[in-house]
Each structure stands twice: as structure tokens, then as C-alpha cells.
Design a protein around this ligand. Structure first.
Ligand code: ADP
Ligand code: MG
Length: 582
């Protein structure tokens, strides 16, 4: 028998011997539990079906999804929210590949997760003998994650799980792949030896203190600034050093700009928030302190028009990953360490003699913020049908203001861009979106993890196209009775619903069935569906869903002509030279 506690009766030389056994299944579960990992996101199937079953029987929370990519996205967000690796469990080859997109996305976003996939036996894979779902998964996963491990012997499960956990959360967090061949699960060993083989990871993400001279260098740069700016990234949100970060901003009096998932780290309506004056802040600042934010495409690589005159900036960068420094431009003061330790070290050098930034800088930014907010305000009201992005989001903005504990998930093109700038966030780590890749399809996985990990109601604001990538998971939401309210911004298509096929044969490549009723989807699974045509209807339905915590899907009817191509990143689309000529 392959069950912990089973007693093997042996007849050794006439005498009766007994031995308590354990097996690979139980060792994987015990190793995770020993390390306080108690939730698994996955899809059952060969060879891991029993692993899910047994984990559930052993008290773990096991959430079964309809597609591995969504389970993987859930695991990644669980990792982001908890600083413990989220676990995604998949079957071999195709299931593994489905989960791999999420693993790569987690790695890109610096979210800790572990993809655990069942696999075929090495011998058969290596000789390419055509096993059921044969694939060299370890080799395929390696370039797409931080670390990848395979376990061949039950007695190595403990150390492998420990290595996977440490690799995922220490240093720059990321995705880890753990390959578990089918036969491993049924391997039997002595239970006591099995228990002794497990490893509890002590201090999985050790603090990394910055060097004192690097701190002094950073402070010197800040002191020399006439127009300093702090940019908060999702690395800062992940670090959970909320109080220290707030103290740094408030003690220095330096205006800050949150990247999208760092919104709410300090409230968006904080007097030092330059969120509504982003262009001006980036263009005019002279010293920029990056806190857990990379100078990648989302910040125009730290150069170009958006950043004002060439050579007008000096950067201080706080990051746990030394190789991030000078990735795009020269970093005048690199500060390598964990955000919490670095911010505390900076704070320690900010005494009563600290000079707040010149008032003409902070005052000009403040004026710009107030001007832009006032300009936006009238667009956000009006009870029109159909809604446009502004009127619909105006309603949702108010709801998040009144319910700051709610989790907000957001994806799409226009739906993402408008929601990011319109909906203020008031608490840390409440906004989950498309991240570094701007990937579509994170929506339902993120919403499920947000509900499971925080227990707070979740509002998922979804473009109709984005929703399609993970929409089947509304069944999962209903099955686990999660407090998720999905609002589909339905403008009949990708970007908008007005494209046509010039030949007249087919629908345009970016349009969907017009007038679709996404709300009907959730009704199929016992959830609550609402078709909302005005901001008032939308408000009422969302408030009801948040109060009742009942799985709800609202089809929000948006003017099909309201969107723009690729939202605010239309400039990334290459233009056809031939189309321009003709
Ligand atoms: P955003 O997209 O919000 O700008 P990025 O994903 O570009 O954020 O940047 C996050 C950065 O934060 C990464 O470079 C990562 O190495 C860093 N980071 C993640 N966790 C920590 C931490 N605990 N301490 C310091 N830096 C961290
Ligand atoms: Mg759309």
C-alpha cells in the first residue's frame, strides 16, 4: 500500500517485522505543508490527479481550474500577494506547456511561483520512445524561469521542494519549475526516513542590506536635486515595506509617481502624488529615485522625448537585482538590496536638517495634478446609454473609493489604460493588472487568487477581448463561491467594434459578435448575471455584488466607437509602408 502509516508486514526469517511507509505523493504534500504552503492552483489529470486529491484530504486548499494558464496566473498572483511561492500543478506535456506561459510571465514580473508538473519517465523521454505525452519538460522550462529541478528519487523530494522555494523567493523573485516524473509519486520509502528527508527552509528570502557608501551616494544625489521624483514600482509593493516607503516620501517631501501595480502604496489622492501629472514629472525631474521599478519599455527605457532634454536626469535605483543597474541608462547611484532595508537605510540619514524640495517644483506639480483632475471630473459623470469608458469608470472609481479594501483586477487595452488613470487606489497591493508584458489573459486567474488569498471582494474590470482568454473560469468562481464581480466592458471587439473586412466577406479581424450578452455565461453556472447599459445600473449591480459576495458577471454596454487602437500603446504598432504608399 502506498499510504503514509501503512504497515508492511514482512516475514523475515520467520520473525514478523513491521515498517511504516510513505510515498512520493505524501512527501510532496508534507514538504509543501512543512514550509507553510497550503494552497495549490491547478488542473488535475495524469499523473497528478491523486496528488490533488490527497493534498485536499490532507487539509490543503486545492483549486481546480479549467485551463492551466489561468491556474498558473493565479499561482503567480498568490506569490505576489503573499511573498510565498504560489503553486501551480499541471499534468504532463500539454498541461505543462499551458502552465508555462504563466511561469514565464511570473518570472518576467518578478513574482514567486512554482510550476509543478507531472512528466514521463526519463528513460523513455531520452530514448524518444513515444510515451503518453512525452516531452523533455525540464529542458523546455529552463530558459523561461529562474530555476528548474527534476526529482528522480522519493528521498530527494524534501530537498527539491526546499530548493524550489528558496529559488522562487530569494533575491529577485521569479518562477521555478519542478519536474516530477510519474513513477516518483508511487515510490515507497520508510515513513520515518521520509519525514527526516524533508527540509524546512529557514529565512527563505533573507534581508539584503545595502552597502553604507552606496546609501551615502544615493542621499548625496537626492540632496543635490532641484526637482526630485520618486518612482514606485511593483517591486516596492511586493516588498511589503509600506510604512517605511510612506515615511520616506513624507519625510523627504519628494513627489512620487506610482507604476500601475504600485498604485495605492500611498493613496493616489495623497498630496505628494504626481500620478495625474505624469508627463510633467518625467519630463522635468532632475533626480529620479526608482524604488522597485525597472527602466523598461513602461518607462520608455529612461530616455527619449518623455524624459525631457538628453542628459537632464540622474537616476538612483533601488533594486534587489544588481544586474538591473545600467540596464538602459547610467545609474548615478545604484542601491542594491531589499526595498525594506534600503528604504530604512535612506530614512536613517534623513534627519531634522533635511531640506524639502523647492516649493516651485512641488507647487507646479501640485497645480498640474489639480488642473488635470478638474479637467477629467466632468467626463466621469453623466448617466448616458451606451456608456463610454469615462462614464462607466467614473462609477467604478466611486465604488473603489468607498470600498478601499476591495481587490481590483484590470486587463484590456482601452479598459486597462482608462481604468489605470481613472480609478484611484487607496491601499497597497490592491491593484493587479497585465504587468510587465501587458499580457492579456491574467484576469480570472488573478481574480481567483485575489479572492482566495485575501478574502476581500474582487472587482475584475475586463475588456471584452481580454476576458475571452480566461472567461471559462467563471465556472471556477461559481464552483468555489468566490466573492468576484466581473465587469466586462463590452464594446463589441478588440480596441473597438467598428472594423470591417474590406472585401465584405467576413467580420473585421478585431470585431466580435455584436451585442453579446456575457452576463448569460455566469448564469449557466448559477452565478448572477446583469446587463448594465447605464452608469447607474452598473453602480447598483457592482455594489450589490460586493455586498452579497455572490459571483457576478456584469455585461457593461460600452459605445463600440469609444476605443482607440491598442489603447495608449498604439505607437508600438509598426505601420505598413505599402498601405501608406497606396
Ligand atoms: P513596475 O512594472 O511596477 O515598474 P518592475 O517589475 O519593472 O515594476 O520592477 C520591479 C523591480 O523590483 C524588479 O527589478 C525587481 O528586481 C525588484 N524587486 C522585487 N522585489 C524586490 C525587493 N523585495 N527588494 C528590492 N527590489 C525588489
Ligand atoms: Mg473591447
Amino acid at each position: 500500500m502506498n499510504v503514509t502509516g501503512a504497515v508492511l508486514e514482512k516475514d523475515a526469517g520467520g520473525a514478523e517485522a513491521s515498517q511504516t511507509l510513505t510515498d512520493g505523493f505524501h512527501l510532496v504534500i508534507d514538504a509543501l505543508k512543512l514550509n507553510e504552503i497550503n494552497t495549490i492552483y491547478g488542473v488535475p489529470g495524469i499523473p497528478i490527479t491523486d496528488l490533488g486529491r490527497l493534498a485536499q484530504a490532507q487539509g490543503m486548499r486545492v483549486l481546480s481550474f479549467r485551463h492551466e494558464q489561468n491556474a498558473g496566473n493565479a499561482a503567480a498572483i498568490a506569490g505576489y500577494l503573499t511573498k510565498k511561492p504560489g503553486i501551480c500543478l499541471t499534468v504532463s506535456a500539454p498541461g505543462f506547456l499551458n502552465g508555462l506561459t504563466a511561469l514565464a510571465n511570473a518570472t518576467t514580473n518578478c513574482f514567486p511561483m512554482i510550476l509543478i508538473s507531472g512528466s514521463s519517465e526519463r528513460e523513455v523521454v531520452d530514448l524518444q520512445q513515444g510515451d503518453y505525452e512525452e516531452m523533455d519538460q525540464l529542458a523546455i522550462a529552463k530558459p523561461l524561469c529562474k530555476a528548474a529541478f527534476r526529482v528522480l528519487h522519493a528521498e530527494d523530494i524534501g530537498i527539491a521542494v526546499a530548493r524550489a522555494i528558496r529559488a522562487a523567493v530569494s533575491g529577485r523573485p521569479g518562477g521555478v519549475y519542478l519536474d516530477l516524473p510519474a513513477k516518483l509519486f508511487a515510490q515507497v520509502m520508510d515513513a520515518e526516513k521520509g519525514a527526516a528527508s524533508l527540509v524546512k527552509v529557514i529565512d527563505p528570502a533573507p534581508r539584503q542590506l545595502p552597502a553604507p557608501d552606496a546609501v551615502t551616494r544615493a542621499i548625496d544625489q537626492l540632496k543635490s536635486a532641484a526637482k526630485p521624483l520618486i518612482i514606485l514600482g511593483k517591486g516596492a509593493a511586493y516588498a511589503q515595506a509600506d510604512d517605511a516607503i510612506r515615511a520616506l516620501v513624507e519625510k523627504t517631501g519628494i513627489p512620487y509617481l506610482p507604476m500601475s501595480m504600485a498604485k495605492g502604496l500611498l493613496p493616489d489622492d495623497h498630496p505628494l502624488s504626481a500620478g495625474a501629472a505624469r508627463s510633467m514629472a518625467l519630463k522635468e525631474a532632475d533626480v529620479v529615485l526608482l524604488l522597485g521599478a525597472r527602466l523598461n519599455w513602461l518607462l520608455s527605457h529612461g530616455k527619449g522625448k518623455q524624459w525631457g532634454a538628453p542628459g537632464s536626469k540622474r537616476f538612483i535605483q533601488v533594486d534587489i537585482e544588481p544586474r538591473e543597474m545600467d540596464s538602459n541608462v547610467e545609474i548615478a547611484a545604484p542601491l542594491v538590496g531589499d526595498i525594506g532595508s534600503c528604504v530604512e537605510a535612506l530614512l536613517a540619514q534623513i534627519g531634522p536638517d533635511w531640506q524639502a524640495p523647492p516649493a516651485d517644483w512641488t507647487g507646479a506639480l501640485r497645480d498640474k495634478v489639480e488642473g488635470n483632475v478638474a479637467k477629467m471630473a466632468p467626463k466621469l459623470v453623466g448617466n448616458t446609454a451606451p456608456m463610454n469608458f469615462h462614464t462607466a469608470l467614473g462609477a467604478l472609481k466611486q465604488i473603489i473609493k468607498e470600498r478601499p479594501e476591495a481587490m481590483l483586477v484590470n486587463e484590456g487595452a482601452n479598459t486597462l489604460d482608462f481604468a489605470r488613470s481613472i480609478i484611484d487606489m487607496h491601499r497597497p497591493r490592491k491593484r493587479i493588472d497585465v504587468g510587465t508584458w501587458g499580457v492579456m489573459g491574467i484576469g480570472m486567474g488573478a481574480a481567483i487568487a485575489a479572492a482566495v488569498e485575501t478574502g476581500h471582494p474582487v472587482l475584475a474590470v475586463e475588456g471584452d477581448s481580454a476576458f475571452g482568454f480566461s472567461g471559462m473560469e467563471v465556472e471556477t468562481i461559481c464552483r468555489y463561491e468566490l466573492p468576484v464581480c466581473v465587469v466586462v466592458f463590452n464594446n463589441n471587439g478588440i480596441y473597438r467594434g467598428t472594423d470591417t473586412d474590406p472585401t465584405g466577406r467576413d467580420p473585421g479581424t478585431t470585431v466580435f459578435v455584436k451585442g453579446s450578452r456575457y452576463d448569460k455565461m455566469i448564469e449557466a453556472f448559477g452565478g448572477h448575471g446583469v446587463n448594465a447599459t447605464t452608469p447607474d445600473e452598473l453602480s447598483r449591480a457592482v455594489n450589490e455584488a460586493m455586498d452579497s459576495r455572490r459571483p457576478t458577471l456584469i455585461n457593461a454596454v460600452i459605445d463600440e466607437a469609444a476605443g482607440t487602437e491598442s489603447g495608449r500603446i498604439g505607437n508600438l504598432n509598426p505601420q505598413s509602408a505599402l498601405a501608406k504608399k497606396t
